[in-house]
Design a protein around this ligand. Structure first.
Ligand code: ADP
Ligand code: MG
Length: 594
């Protein structure tokens, strides 16, 4: 007796639905993507009870005639691809022809649609995959789809739904993705009869992000430097958080490939590598990154929900992303440097022990300021008098020049206080020093190699065959990192020198750790990153201790050196080095402005 049977159509759709429709947010995703593919200018999404009781998507796109509307509910029916060649270069969000039949098979479903020119539209009602009604409908041009009681006929699935709140939040996140991917489309989101998002069509990505997340975030984003002539022939654009801007979750780490929001461990790793020392441990960057590449160079037909993609040349994509992020972060430095070009000597008393006036020729800045220093206590009586020119007046002059800054003093032996045009700047002298040392060592590592120091006693140790092979292959990189290691018989090595700045008590254990760490990085550029990690972990010990008192000139040098760094705003562990508190924020705090 034969045991193999063809599944009935409805059951087959429910099986497919298992992959495409995981939760209410997946329904919203598929429906909104259809609306986008249909050329909608405005999309309205309403949900009730986290989408569990109702989801409705209304668009003003091209609509369908009656035949197409009926066909759209068949499995594998799509207007978006026709041939295998089309599949190889997909330009639309949909192409599988699975979403509508899947959704309709696991819910109570109503579709009304009308083409722009048509006199009448069509209304189709489906329940659990069975078409119940087909009739003329009179809605506005476009398409409206209502999905009620999702999974009502699949109790096992229904049990997996989370709380209404969680499902709601998933839907909202999905809308954020779509709205970010398509700023030119207006979006409205209504949750339980309340409008929670109302986004007008935006002229630019920046405007859309401002509407979604507010001005404060936008002010801390950098425009991605466009990449030209890269081997992957990939265009990278968008906005990313400045160094030091990060989140505890990945919800604002958005990457779009040819307009499609995707999740990709490879790209996540590339973002991390691009940010590298600009990101605190366990934190995620903020990115609104768009990769546009030849549709033939990326396969979107990997995942039923189309969340993942496969690149033909993942390595060049990865490198292009790392490069774009790094250059963008470094470009942010120019703005800061603009603001901090010229230090102005202070116009108020600095404790004499902190202040050794520099020889004039060393100071291209100021003149008058020094002469206005309030006479110090050593000058006797005068110390009680107020100076003729009160610092504030000078400060106003400072503030009016956009390029100047002035060191005001040091708080708690740790924070350098400065004033610039925008207000108050606080610099963590320890973090700043770490950044300076880090970049200095990294430069040396890249140029002539890190200086190394001979061990008193060379040590030998054995490695597993694969590790041994790895060490032999990467001897040059290790040398650059200041590690002197050479073969010493079968799978054995001798280590006789380590970087001078390292303070290692057990060279062999240290070496095993380094090898483990480096091994997991697959190529040259990542090995460099790992060298950076090693430096970052060790410079901390050499950096100015938090409580080291610095003299005025030392502070000034620290600030100038910091501003020369590639990434001056954060220490090599991603913590901020400086914080700006604007005049506006101060005014707010003092209740001068609301
Ligand atoms: P796919 O999007 O993969 O083609 P779907 O099942 O999502 O498959 O949709 C099937 C077809 O129905 C689409 O190819 C499209 O022609 C049509 N369609 C779906 N939604 C809309 C819409 N909102 N407006 C116009 N046509 C639509
Ligand atoms: Mg679709």
């Amino acid at each position: 007796m034969s045991r193999i049977r063809l599944l009935p159509e409805i059951l087959a759709s429910q099986v497919a639905a298992g992959e495409v429709i995981e939760r209410p947010a997946s329904v919203v995703k598929e429906l909104v993507e259809n609306s986008i593919d249909a050329g909608a200018r405005k999309i309205e999404v309403s949900v009730r009870r986290g989408g569990i009781s109702l989801m409705r998507v209304v668009d003003d796109g091209c609509g369908m005639d009656r035949d197409d509307a009926l066909l759209s509910l068949e499995r594998h029916a799509t207007s978006k691809i026709r041939t295998a060649a089309d599949l190889a270069a997909i330009a639309t969000l949909g192409f599988r022809g699975e979403a509508l039949p899947s959704i309709a098979s696991v819910s109570r479903f109503r579709l009304t649609t009308r083409e722009l020119e048509a006199v009448a539209g069509t209304e189709i009602i489906v329940s659990g995959g069975r078409i119940e009604t087909v009739r003329d409908g009179g809605e506005a041009p476009g398409t409206q789809i209502e999905v009620r009681s999702i999974f009502y006929n699949l109790p096992a699935r229904r049990k997996f739904l989370r709380s209404e709140n969680t499902e709601s939040r998933n839907i909202e996140h999905q809308l954020h993705l779509q709205a970010t991917g398509h700023p030119e489309i207006a979006f409205v989101f209504v949750r339980d009869e309340r409008v929670v998002l109302q986004l007008p069509a935006a002229a630019s990505l920046l405007d859309r992000i401002r509407d979604l997340h507010g001005k404060d975030l936008v002010d801390r984003l950098l425009n991605v430097e466009e990449l030209k002539n890269n081997p992957a022939k990939i265009r990278i654009r968008g906005l990313i958080g400045q160094a030091g801007v990060s989140r505890q979750t990945r919800t604002q780490q958005l990457v779009f490939v040819n307009g499609r929001a995707i999740e990709s461990p490879m790209l996540t790793a590339a973002l991390r590598e691009g940010y590298h020392t600009a990101l605190m441990k366990g934190q995620f960057p903020v990115t609104f990154l768009f990769l546009d590449l030849d549709p033939a160079a990326v396969d979107v037909n990997v995942h039923p929900a189309k969340r993942e993609v496969r690149f033909r040349d993942p390595n060049s994509v990865r490198e292009a992303v790392v490069d774009a992020i790094r250059r963008t972060l470094e470009s942010g430095r120019r703005d800061w440097q603009q603001q901090f070009q010229r230090p102005v000597a202070p116009t108020f008393p600095i404790p004499p022990e902190h202040f050794t006036p520099p020889p004039i020729e060393q100071r291209q800045f100021t003149e008058p300021a020094i002469t206005r220093v309030i006479p110090s206590r050593a000058d006797g009586e005068e110390s009680h008098k107020l100076p003729e020119t009160w610092p504030a007046e000078e400060a106003i002059n400072v503030a009016s020049s956009s390029q100047q800054f002035q060191i005001i003093g040091i708080l708690n032996k740790l924070y350098v206080l400065m004033e610039n045009q925008d207000g108050l700047v606080l610099v963590d002298q320890h973090a700043a020093h770490e950044r300076i040392l880090f970049e200095e060592l990294r430069r040396r590592m890249e140029e002539q190699g890190v200086p190394s120091q001979r061990l008193l006693l060379a040590q030998t140790f054995e490695l597993a065959p694969r590790d041994a092979e790895w060490v032999e292959r990467n001897a040059a990189t290790l040398q650059k990192m200041g590690i002197g290691i050479e073969p010493f018989g079968q799978n054995a090595f001798k280590i006789d020198s380590l970087p001078t700045f390292l303070d290692v008590s057990d060279p062999v254990t240290f070496m095993r750790k380094v090898i483990d760490g480096l091994k997991s990085a697959s190529n040259g550029s990542s090995a460099l990153r790992l060298g950076e990690d090693m430096i970052a972990k060790t410079v901390c010990r050499h950096a100015v201790k938090a409580n080291d008192p610095l003299r005025y000139l030392e502070v000034e040098k620290l600030i100038t050196d910091l501003l020369q760094c590639d990434l001056p705003y954060c220490c090599p562990h991603g913590r901020p080095t400086m914080i700006q508190i604007s005049h506006a924020e101060l005014e707010k705090k003092f209740g001068r402005k609301v």
